[in-house]
Design a protein around this ligand. Structure first.
Ligand code: F6R
Length: 261
């Protein structure tokens, strides 16, 4: 794992978007894993701006989102399909048929998990998975005690996730209690992972996930098992990390980061 701390949220976001764009430019038929949530909105705005400046081309890219609420149709403003269309897909030159999310309205939940896994497998696997982290340490919607070997399936959401996300629902109680999510095992199969963590409220969970023990109580800690993961934080989210000096040295001195400093 590599940890990069940028002084501001904007710089952390911009580095994340640049790494994604560079990876797509190196392999146009790219398979990109996407996340939703407040943290990602600025990343998608950056990618859309880069696309409009012809700095990155999505015409051959296929995307797979991590998760979707169970019971929300695509046109519901709180569905993740709506979020992705609104924040990214309508602004870029992607073929919408190449964008994939679990179907929140699927009748057979087990079959939907298997269908999604097969869709990822059939296109050769995910080249790069973008991740945020929840206040309870979840990646995707892999809540505490989720199997670290899990695959795409339905999950019940914790009170912490409910508190984090129900603010977007009107009324808040209309937030679904369950969601489809890629499993931690699905996520760890991605060839590369980039996690973005911003804001002071994530400082405690960031330290647990990156520097604490690998545990299903903080599923984000499973990234420690992945051979090609970069975690990008702003200064506020990095506040409780103990090895900051080391991370900063690596970013300032290792040749692979020269073009991003
Ligand atoms: C959503 C997802 C979640 C979010 C996490 C952080 O697709 O994968 O794991 O990344 O809940 O959400 P924000 O960015 O809203 O704090």
């Amino acid at each position: 794992m590599e940890v990069i701390i940028r002084p501001t949220t904007q710089e952390a976001v911009h580095l994340t978007a640049r790494l994604i764009a560079d990876a797509i430019n190196a392999k146009p038929e790219f398979k990109l894993g996407l996340a939703t949530g407040a943290t990602m909105e600025a990343v998608y705005a950056d990618l859309a701006a880069m696309n409009q400046r012809n700095e990155v081309d999505f015409s051959l890219v296929k995307t797979f989102n991590l998760d979707e609420y169970i019971g929300l149709p695509p046109e519901d403003k709180n569905s993740y399909r709506y979020y992705m269309n609104y924040h990214l897909f309508r602004h870029i030159n992607i073929d919408i048929r190449n964008t994939n999310l679990p179907d929140g309205m699927a009748k057979d939940e087990v079959a939907e998990g298997e269908r999604y896994e097969a869709a990822i497998r059939d296109c050769g696997g995910i080249d790069l998975q973008l991740l945020g982290i929840g206040s309870d340490g979840h990646i995707g919607f892999n809540e505490p005690i989720s199997s670290l070997a899990g695959r795409t399936r339905s999950k019940a959401l914790t009170p912490a996730t409910y508190a984090q996300n129900s603010i977007y629902f009107n009324p808040p109680e209309s937030m679904p209690r369950r969601a489809f999510t890629m499993g931690v095992g699905t996520i760890l199969d991605a060839r590369r992972i980039i996690m973005l963590i911003t804001g002071a409220r994530k400082a405690g969970i960031a330290a647990k996930a990156l520097e604490g023990p690998v545990t299903s109580m903080v599923t984000g800690s499973a990234l420690q098992l992945h051979p090609r993961t970069v975690v990008i934080l702003d200064e506020a989210a990095a506040a409780e990390l103990t090895q900051k000096e080391y991370y900063n040295w690596v970013f300032a001195n290792e040749p692979e980061w020269a073009q991003y400093r």
